[in-house]
Design a binder for this molecule. Sequence first.
Ligand code: HEM
Length: 398
Amino acid sequence: MPPYLAEPVPLFGPAFAADPHTTYARLRGYGPLAPVLLAEGVPAWLVTDYQAALALLRDPVTWSKDPRAWEATVPADCPVLPMIGYRPNVLFSDGEEHARYRSVITDSLAMVDLGQLRAEVLRVADLLIAQFSGVGEADLITQFTGPLPTMVFTRLFGLGEEYSPHMVAALAGMLEATGPEQATAAGAAFFACISDLVAAKSRLRGPDLASWYLDHPAGLSTEQVIQQVVLTLGAALEPTANLISNAVSVLLSDRAYYSSLANGSLAARSAIDEVLRREPPMANYGAHYVRQDTVFCGTYIRPDEPVLVSYAAVNAGIGGGPAGSSGGGAHLAWSAGPHACPAKQPAFLIATTAVERLTNALGDLQLAVPRAELPWRPGPFQRALAHLPVRFAPVIPN
Ligand code: HEM
């Protein structure tokens, strides 16, 4: 059946969260493009084919990132608006405006000293591990992988660490998109946090990303800086946390990795590469809109219809190579084209350092339940564990 006649497939609910790959296999049966629901009553198209994904991501002439034509067709409380609704930032802009915002972000990220960043990740990792290492068990999501990127990034942006819990709660609410009120309140809480930060940095600069955004020669207004900080943090925290937790879960459940844990960084890097390929933290995103009515992959698309890229389904289609390779094409976990993730290097560094430190500190770490029984969080966009219970021999301080 052609995809435009098929019933849209939900990308939410417990069955999808537990086993998205069965849904991706079904969607791939429709051809390169499949009809999906992002939430109850919110249809979209999903690209599941590697070449079609690249064609879309690299063609800013046909495709725009501006969702406003679609937004005019959905209610104001549509639960996915906090994730794909328009905001004047790098992710939803095109052409020169996009290049201007992006230069502020890439130039400022380039000013981050990677040696210092690694040292900061080690400091935060040690702090977090010390809080549970004497107990012999932990939920790594709440006790390690969630707080770590937040603590690292709050410092990088010049925020006090006391902000971290508010930001984690707000971001989780946005990504899960479970209900209109929760999603809207979460988006507002996150925005308020960042507005306070930029106001403080406008008064007094520091050696941090928020100050560098303010001082960048592109000359963004305070409002524009707030928008780019909100976006950068939103884009950084959850995917980095999920990259770490997905990798730890793979590492602890796969004998091949587990037996090479003594090799530390090699095991950590391979597990992260494997997760990027098989279970990318941003599973389905990259919402694009045609600038005018267009036939794409045999389907007629209107400018008010979101077309998302399933990085997870696309990657599954290029599998076959050994862990860390793509077996026929580079994985798209970081997306591609003008909107590809500008922070691959720091994100990879944070994740490998965190995984290495954790597995070195707790050498006998093991999952408390088999990986197949681990609970995953709902939501169409992310691949994120809800809990990651582990056991280990308690570490007795000297
Ligand atoms: C250091 C942490 C990170 C930062 C600061 C960061 C920042 C960003 C920013 C600013 C964008 C928007 C780029 C644009 O529109 O031109 C972006 C896009 C993206 N990032 Fe990252 N990111 C981080 C970590 C990650 C991680 C761990 C992943 C997952 C592997 C990831 C995957 C992506 C993807 C897939 C996109 C494209 C978004 C889309 O599909 O529209 N990022 N990132």
